[in-house]
Ligand binder design. Structure first.
Ligand code: C5P
Length: 315
């Protein structure tokens, strides 16, 4: 039986609006998610015994069932118990490049790759819709990570409407290695501070989600107008994360003042911050300028770009 090597790209949020809370403890969201060319590699090998094993080159990434990639394999083993028995165990190796706990869906994209990889390994022939449904039970961002590209995500983040793809928009991305923001903390704090402004009426919730579909940033995406997209970036979670994490606020302000930066925003619940930049050359210059201003090697900096795909077999 063969092995599979998969590319698992990170995502950034071009838009994140919290439009209401939900009885399941999650929040009703309207987001625009975008895949970027910063990716982990996931190798999936058949194993001789009926076990699931995860290996990772990053010391901060757990290899037990607290790892979403492990849970994705366990889910497949339960759902397709016959295949698990017939084909034996699964060995997963994660080569991490995406910063961890960064708001870049690193864990979710690894889980998405495991679902796609096991589908291939066991010849299950699942459709994208079936894989997305399985993915939604693991985490809100997993369904998007499977197909990737550019999409509106509503509900918990698992209901997807694809948008025209945005290719080759230049991005500079920054994250302090040692800084982590808990996603539940960010959403809970938002709920405490801004819950009073929520829309609670279900019909209005749908209206709000629909308004995003016809909103200005979506128009800018359809028109492939990078300058407009950069001006319309939005993330409600900045309202709670930036005041609590001065380093992130500082990064955000630093990006905003760099020549060639068209727009800047925190991704997801942070603490990574990205900037949309005019050209590849400008992106390298912005990266250098940020490094000059913050020589601390704890700050990781990447030049990347938008891409049009999610999980892909490695060339
Ligand atoms: O779905 P996922 O496990 O990635 O979500 C992580 C956490 O983020 C949840 O436990 C919840 O606290 C918060 N969240 C939320 N509303 C969403 C998505 C995530 O409150 N729509």
């Amino acid at each position: 039986m063969r092995s599979y090597s998969l590319i698992a790209p990170a995502k950034i949020n071009l838009y994140l609006e919290i439009i209401g809370d939900r009885s399941d403890g999650y929040h009703e969201l309207a987001m625009i998610l975008q895949s970027i060319d910063l990716a982990d590699q996931i190798d999936i090998h058949p194993a001789s015994t009926e076990t699931i094993r995860v290996h990772c080159n990053h010391p901060q990434v757990p290899t037990d069932n607290s790892n979403l990639a492990y849970r994705a394999a366990a889910l497949m083993a339960t759902k397709f118990a016959d295949a698990f028995r017939n084909f034996g165990g699964i060995d997963i190796t994660i080569k991490k490049r995406i910063p961890v706990a960064a708001g870049l869906a690193g864990g979710s994209t690894n889980a998405a790759a495991v679902l796609v990889g096991i589908d291939l390994l066991w010849n299950l022939g699942l459709t994208f819709a079936e894989l997305e449904e399985l993915g939604a039970t693991l985490g809100s961002d997993v369904p998007f990570c499977i197909s990737g590209g550019t999409a509106i995500a509503t509900g918990r983040g698992e209901q997807l409407s694809p948008l025209p793809s945005l290719d080759h928009i230049h991005i500079v991305l920054a994250k302090y290695r040692s800084l982590e923001v808990s996603t539940p903390w960010a959403y809970n704090t938002y709920r405490q501070e801004f819950g009073g402004t929520y829309i609670r009426d279900t019909a209005n919730l749908a209206d709000r989600a629909n308004a995003v579909h016809s909103g200005e940033i979506v128009k800018a995406i359809v028109n492939k107008n990078t300058v407009e997209i950069a001006q319309k970036l939005h993330n409600d979670l900045e309202k709670v994360v930036l005041p609590a994490y001065p380093q992130v606020l500082h990064l955000r302000e630093l990006f905003a003042t760099q020549p060639g930066v068209l727009g800047t925003m925190m991704s997801g619940s942070g603490p990574s911050v990205f900037a949309i930049v005019e050209s590849a050359e400008q992106a390298e210059i912005v990266k250098l300028k940020i490094r000059e201003a913050i020589p601390d090697q704890d700050l990781e900096l990447f030049v990347t770009r938008t891409i049009t795909h999610g999980i892909k077999i490695a060339p």
